[in-house]
Write a protein that binds this ligand. Structure first.
Ligand code: PRP
Length: 207
């Protein structure tokens, strides 16, 4: 049995459909089931439904053998896992954004609100730009509107949230998409099963 950690929510639904397409169907995934562990009828895999930001933690510690996680979470967490495949799903970008017309004062540290302090520190470090991080857990766009920060570093998907809050992208940071990751020990002990899944997913993703 292979344990697969899937992120609950929008991305998880897309990823589940991909696994279903390669033969790992699990009807309970499509109902309003509240269970967090769901097995396919063939007993080959079990799906663990976890918060997106926790997927890499389950995989790193071996509670799940493989998992699917956004590149943003992976870079932020720096978890010790293997990254096996870009699933080309959940595509978006990490960017810096500021109120429309914002003028940066290079003489003082830039106040950056974000859920991603490690990514932000690395990005501004490479620019040798002094910053002050304001770590938030959501609704990041509110911070510059209330002058809690100068800018934000966050995910931009459609751009709607920025637009509706009168913010605009000021610096591009990185492209993001969902990645298949694996526990390091599982890659030794469940090698054949994991490789089989990777090959099947690859043919779907790369078409
Ligand atoms: C994410 C992100 C942005 C928004 C971007 O927030 O933090 O706020 O989506 O999407 P858009 O460009 O399509 O508008 P999420 O919905 O995860 O909620 P959060 O504010 O709680 O982080």
């Amino acid at each position: 049995m292979l344990n697969i950690a899937l992120p609950k929510g929008r991305l998880g639904d897309k990823v589940y459909r991909l696994f279903k397409d390669i033969g790992y169907d699990c009807s309970a995934m499509e109902s309003d089931d509240r269970r967090l562990v769901l097995c396919d009828p063939g007993g080959e895999v079990s799906y663990l439904l976890v918060k997106p930001s926790d997927v890499a933690i389950y995989v790193e510690h071996g509670a799940a053998d493989i998992g699917v996680v956004g590149k943003d979470v992976l870079l932020e967490g720096g978890n010790d896992v293997y990254e096996l495949l870009d699933l080309n799903l959940g595509k978006c970008r990490m960017a810096e954004a500021a109120p429309v017309g914002f003028r940066e004062d290079a003489q003082r540290p830039l106040r950056v609100a974000t859920k991603y302090p490690n990514i932000a520190k690395r990005f501004y470090g490479e620019l040798s730009r002094e910053i002050e991080i304001i770590k938030l857990n959501g609704s990041i766009e509110l911070a510059p509107l209330l002058k809690l920060s100068d800018v934000i570093v966050d995910i931009v998907e459609t751009g709607t949230t920025l637009k509706q809050n009168h913010l605009e992208v000021t610096r591009e940071i990185l492209p993001i998409s969902a990645r298949l990751i694996a526990n390091k020990a599982a890659m030794k002990f469940k090698d054949a099963q994991i490789r089989d899944i990777v090959e099947k997913l690859k043919s779907k993703v790369e078409g």
